[in-house]
Unconditional design. Sequence first.
Length: 204
Amino acid sequence: MSTRALEDRDPAAEISDADWSRDDLTGMAHAATRFTRVDLAEAESGAGTVFDGCTFRECLFNLASFTGAAFPNCTFTGCNFFGATFTECKFVGSTFARCEFAQLTVAGGDWSFVTLRGAELRTAELHGVRLREASLAGANAEGGVLRDCDLGAADFHGTKLARCDLRGSQFDSIDPLNVDLRGAVITFDQAVAVAVALGLDVRA
């Protein structure tokens, strides 16, 4: 991994075609910056890294590892997150469009109000992530993992959750008649909640 001095990367309004692959981005701070075709593959970052209200277009995050970083109110379009890992990161209010999430791993963190409409999440694994009021409408998480996540008030219109591991997650806003839940893995308590949502009278 190479490490470039942060003073060589003063925040700018627009950064294009930069190669930050395998770099240590810890402590970097950008606001309202546009990143286009920036290569962050295998980059690493510890706490203190902030991208506030930034735009990322066709950027590569392949196999990158971010811990404690913040990406509030950012927009990601056509980016690739193959094999990336985000641990205790914040993406509150961010929007993803036409992005690749194969083998993505997210552990903890706050992704509330995030827009993941139509996202392909079949091989992604999310554990303990706060996704309150997130938009997952039309997303495909068949066979994926959404364990111990807070999905309260999230938008699941047309979401595919067949065979998805949902154990421990809160998903009170799911309409079982509008979401594909065939073969989804849930706990007994969650099964009772789904039954109640269907209007069944559950008794011991």
